[in-house]
Design a protein around this ligand. Structure first.
Ligand SMILES: *[C@@H]1O[C@H](CO)[C@@H](O)[C@H](O)[C@H]1NC(C)=O
Ligand SMILES: *[C@@H]1O[C@H](CO)[C@@H](O)[C@H](O)[C@H]1NC(C)=O
Ligand SMILES: *[C@@H]1O[C@H](CO)[C@@H](O)[C@H](O)[C@H]1NC(C)=O
Ligand SMILES: *[C@@H]1O[C@H](CO)[C@@H](O)[C@H](O)[C@H]1NC(C)=O
Length: 441
């Protein structure tokens, strides 16, 4: 008898529990993060193509998949001899690197539609933008007491702070990003590089005396702190003086003085970048990020170390070392196999080289939506272009960006986002973005 009663009780309890779980499931606000079988198939399709792509195009690199739908490992051949040592730990770089494919797909697709230039409308629209953000982009900004005197802060930023974005997604067609690796001297890429619609260079990379290898054309230059402080030297590298300079760190009084007094007539901006965590750093990656935010396609030169490399050098100076060359090369291989960039190097010198096993747009789209759910991103799983906007602000009337003669693809994209600008938000949980929409009234 006892046992029967107990059995009944257990049955009742589990029934109630089941109903509870059902109700909680239905009313769960996170239900839109629910990953369906279709989502998992989409990620599986991406993963299997990805492995084939890395194996086919990676010059010996191999991708290993795990049970986890997002996790991939890119492995160098065991005979590779790492040369770079971490100056802090003294350890040699490893031969295998783990990446999160879901995070890469979701974040890079967002970069393709965002503005990566810091603007005044962005600071004005951030909650407490001046008090909490602006001073971080000014060297010794801490001393400005959270921009208590906003006029002073504005003065310091004025030479690098446009009201609205000076560039929009897909404004340029084919772009080339030129790294500074010594392997550029092995191939005469100059003429080919000059054939692109826009060319992005980095730091103090010279053009004169190297045009056979790196071309003449230069549209943008990404600058780290060191190069930005030597702005007067940097502007001499491009004879046309039309290069647009993009600083990835902060504005210095020294720079302001140079811009005013020398004077420097090039446009100078601060970059507003997405955050990729520790998986990817450095000027090279920032240059790619910038290019991907304004170009249809991005080709890269002078980044890679090909098998058998002796030492990572710069093309314009002996013995200067880069950092984490193997990690970088593996990350770029991931980007290539996600269809974001095309890598050119002495061993892949054919401009028209076909990248095998590239995912098509429908695979990328499906994988992005699934990844957003798995990563619990803001607005995950919607096809609404404003789904990821965690902050939406209306533009001040009459202050929309005006960029003449936009390419058809850029106009199409503007129509898709209804004239809005998307800005990445730093350290933002869920990777929500800030959206500035036009004021129609
Ligand atoms: C704020 O800074 C401006 C520009 O340097 C200065 O002219 C003004 O006196 C400052 N205002 C206050 C209240 O300190
Ligand atoms: C190019 O070469 C000439 C002659 O050797 C030299 O004077 C000049 O400084 C070089 N330019 C650069 C940018 O290195
Ligand atoms: C994309 O690729 C997948 C797998 O290779 C294929 O099944 C699908 O038909 C392709 N879609 C388009 C639009 O080409
Ligand atoms: C980016 O914009 C394109 C249209 O140009 C759209 O098809 C795509 O879904 C957008 N991607 C994201 C992540 O919003």
């Amino acid at each position: 008898m006892r046992i029967l009663q107990l059995g009944l009780l257990v049955a009742l309890a589990s029934g109630v529990a089941a109903i509870l779980i059902y109700i909680i499931g239905l009313s769960n606000p996170y239900d839109r993060f629910r990953v369906t079988n279709d989502d998992l198939s989409a990620l599986k399709a991406l993963q299997s193509g990805f492995k084939k792509c890395v194996d086919a195009n990676g010059l010996g690199l191999q991708a290993q998949m795990s049970q986890d739908y997002c996790h991939v490992t890119i492995q160098y051949p065991s005979e590779t001899v790492p040369k770079w040592k971490d100056p802090k730990t003294g350890e040699l770089e490893g031969l295998s690197f783990d990446f999160n494919l879901c995070e890469a797909v979701a974040t890079w697709e967002q970069v393709r539609n965002s503005s990566t230039i810091l603007t005044k409308e962005f600071i004005d629209s951030l909650p407490n933008g001046w008090e909490e953000y602006a001073w971080r982009r000014i060297n010794k900004g801490v001393q400005l007491g959270n921009c208590r005197n906003r006029t002073l802060c504005m003065e310091k930023l004025t030479s690098v702070l446009p009201e609205t974005p000076p560039f929009v997604p897909r404004q340029f067609g084919r772009c080339a990003v030129i790294g500074n690796s010594g392997d550029l001297l092995k191939t005469n890429f100059g003429e080919e590089i000059d054939g692109y619609d826009a060319v992005v260079r980095e730091n103090g990379a010279p053009i004169q005396n190297y045009t056979k290898y790196v071309g003449r054309k230069s549209t943008f230059r990404l600058l780290n702190r060191g190069s930005a402080k030597a702005l007067d030297k940097v502007v001499e590298l491009d004879e046309t003086k039309k290069e647009v300079l993009i600083i990835k760190t902060t504005i210095h009084d020294i720079m302001n003085k140079m811009i005013r007094e020398i004077p420097i007539r090039n446009q100078v901006y601060l970059m507003l970048g997405a955050s990729f965590g520790s998986s990817a750093k450095g000027t090279g990656l920032k240059a790619l990020e910038f290019a991907l935010s304004i170009c249809d396609t991005v080709d890269m030169y002078g980044f890679t170390v090909d098998p058998g490399y002796k030492e990572w050098t710069r093309y314009f100076s002996e013995s200067r070392q880069g950092h984490t060359p193997l990690h970088g090369r593996a990350y770029y291989q991931m980007m290539e196999c996600l269809g974001l960039v095309k890598i050119h190097s002495p061993m892949r010198a054919n401009l028209r080289r076909e990248i095998k096993w590239l995912p098509n747009q429908s695979i990328i789209n499906a994988a992005r939506i699934s990844s957003e759910k798995i990563l619990r991103r803001f607005g995950a799983g919607t096809s609404n272009p404003f789904g990821a906007c965690s902050i939406i602000k209306k533009r001040v009337k009459g202050k929309s960006p005006r960029i003449p003669n936009l390419r058809e693809d850029a106009v199409k994209h503007q129509r898709h986002v209804k004239g809005a600008t998307m800005y990445p938000l730093e350290r933002n949980i869920g990777n929500g973005i800030l959206c500035m929409v036009p004021n129609m009234n």
